[in-house]
Ligand binder design. Structure first.
Ligand SMILES: [Zn+2]
Length: 523
């Protein structure tokens, strides 16, 4: 007889076809954290034809078996905020796999592939280890239609063409529309333009995910814009990488949480994602030089820099914001990847100023930033959040865990550690060490909450019939050795990673398998 765990047996040993059998894979004796938030329980998991066939006491054998005693067994993590347009070039995406991520959503912050059908066809052809969903990016669409002329609203005809591009992307399986309203050219869009495009995404049942216009002291204005889009376009809205940036904005987490709760109470579907670090990462120029000076491309930027009057305005604007944000100088900004001169990688802006100019006065720091941008720009890491705000946001039930990273080229430059450690850091630091949230809740934030929010059907839970994306890890050992100064270390503690029923990491070793596939809206 089958001895069942009454509360957990969700299907019997008899498969849907009605006959007992040998399973493709049986995972035995693990602590099942099923992604729903329900309490963990010990059970076996059977996998057949890429799907979860049964959970409970499994007596039938598997063609492959994994002993998961002493380990947690959870749904593969879904990272809804990534920048993985280059995933076909780094198809193993080992940094994601090693921290338990089996599905990524790319196309965030307004930047995506333009041709979603072609993107997915390429991934199918080349093979990838993780599942890939994408948003269609507002900046991508706006750049395509409005070319080099950014600092204006689109004409009616241009807006119509932008709508058509969003519509096509949604038909091809994009999960929604993203904006990056600090970036070119989206920063010049008014709210009505975004509403018009969000309506198209909404008509297909997609989501609106936004890197908001402000994440600093002006965050309320930005949230007003996000909720306006959600209301007028009747679309669920995701605050991307929720944060309070800069010392003047710190300490307002409770106020922002109350705002978001009130928006939900008014009937809007608002969610958020967050990475578990108090530093952000984006372009040095995008973050530190006003958009009006970068508008129109690199050539026009250099022309402005060469004009003494315009340059004086640029410098004045930067000094003003340093004072207003109570930063003192640019010590908070670190150069992560400056291709023309990698000696600068890992240096703070004052250190880079010393290297390049022999002096680290504020004027020399500003010159260094302007010069880096003139030489093609650099990726930066910005230490600008408070741990207290981060913890408060992370504890919220509508906050999911997402890295804001892409596939990492091991050893290349000095990137933000979030691409290697984000999920592991939540499980080690905020679950095991600080006990800020329970492990079941942390896993829910990495699995069912993102799956439901981004409508990735039949993923995000360990449940019979669901896709067999499964991670096995040791909750006592999971850790994130990647640091800001020494980021190139994979997360530790994950022993087995299974994607669509196929192991991509087995007993800690990469397999050659690339079972990942495109994930289309509602598929
Ligand atoms: Zn962003």
């Amino acid at each position: 007889m089958i001895r069942s765990l009454a509360s957990l047996v969700l299907a019997s040993l008899v498969t849907l076809t009605g006959r007992a059998q040998t399973y493709d894979l049986v995972i035995r004796g693990g602590l099942i954290i099923d992604g729903s938030g329900r309490p963990a329980q010990r059970a076996d998991v059977a996998v057949q034809d890429g799907r979860i066939a049964a959970i409970g006491k499994i007596t039938s054998p598997g063609r492959a078996e994994i002993d998961a005693a002493g380990h947690a067994v959870a749904p593969g993590f879904i990272d809804v905020h990534t920048h993985s347009e280059d995933i076909a070039d780094l198809p193993v995406a080992e940094n994601f796999l090693r921290m338990g991520v089996t599905t990524i959503v790319t196309g965030n912050c307004g930047g995506s592939t333009l041709n979603v059908a072609e993107f997915f066809a390429t991934l199918t052809r080349t093979g990838v280890a993780v599942n890939v969903a994408t948003l269609i990016g507002h900046n991508t669409v706006r750049l395509k239609i409005m070319g080099g002329s950014f600092a204006r609203p689109p004409t009616a005809a241009e807006l119509d063409q932008m709508r058509k591009l969003v519509d096509q992307a949604m038909r091809d399986g994009a999960v929604g529309l993203s904006t990056g309203l600090i970036y070119l050219p989206g920063t010049f869009a008014r709210t009505d333009e975004i509403v018009a495009l969000a309506k198209v995404a909404s008509s297909h049942g997609g989501i609106y995910a936004s890197h908001m216009r402000y994440e600093d002291i002006r965050i309320r204005e930005a949230l007003d814009e996000l909720t306006t889009v959600a209301r007028e376009a009747r679309i669920p809205a995701e605050v991307s990488h929720l944060k309070l940036s800069g010392p003047t904005a710190w300490g307002r987490a409770e106020e922002i949480i109350a705002y978001l709760d009130a928006a939900r109470a008014s009937g809007l579907q608002i969610t958020h994602d967050q990475y578990a670090y108090t530093a952000s990462s984006t372009g040095i120029g995008a973050n530190l030089i006003e958009a009006e000076f970068r508008e129109g491309g690199a050539k026009r930027y250099r022309e402005r820099l060469a004009d003494p009057a315009t340059k004086a305005r640029m410098v004045a604007a930067m000094k003003k914001s340093i004072v207003e944000e109570k930063r003192g100088d640019y010590t908070f900004a670190v150069i992560a990847n400056f291709k023309p001169d990698p000696r600068a990688n890992g240096l703070t802006v004052p250190q880079a100023a010393k290297l390049f100019r022999g002096s680290d006065t504020l004027d020399d720091q500003i010159e260094t930033i302007l010069e880096i941008e003139a030489r093609g720009g650099a990726q930066g890491v910005f230490h600008g959040m408070s741990e207290d705000d981060l913890r408060k946001f992370l504890a919220q039930p509508f906050t999911m865990v997402a890295s804001d990273a892409g596939p990492r080229k091991f050893g290349d430059a000095v990137p933000h550690p979030r691409g290697y450690g984000n999920n592991a850091r939540v499980l080690s630091r905020y679950v095991r060490e600080q006990k800020l949230i329970a492990i079941e809740e942390a896993v829910r934030k990495m699995t069912s909450l993102p799956a439901q929010t981004f409508q990735l059907k039949n993923r995000g839970e360990l449940r019979p019939g669901f896709v067999a994306d499964i991670v096995i890890f040791d909750p006592e050992k999971v850790t994130d050795p990647s640091t800001f100064s020494d980021p190139h270390h994979y997360a530790e503690g994950f022993t087995d990673i299974i994607v669509n029923g196929t192991p991509v990491i087995r007993a800690g070793q990469l397999t050659e398998a690339r079972p990942g596939r495109p994930v289309r809206l509602n598929e």
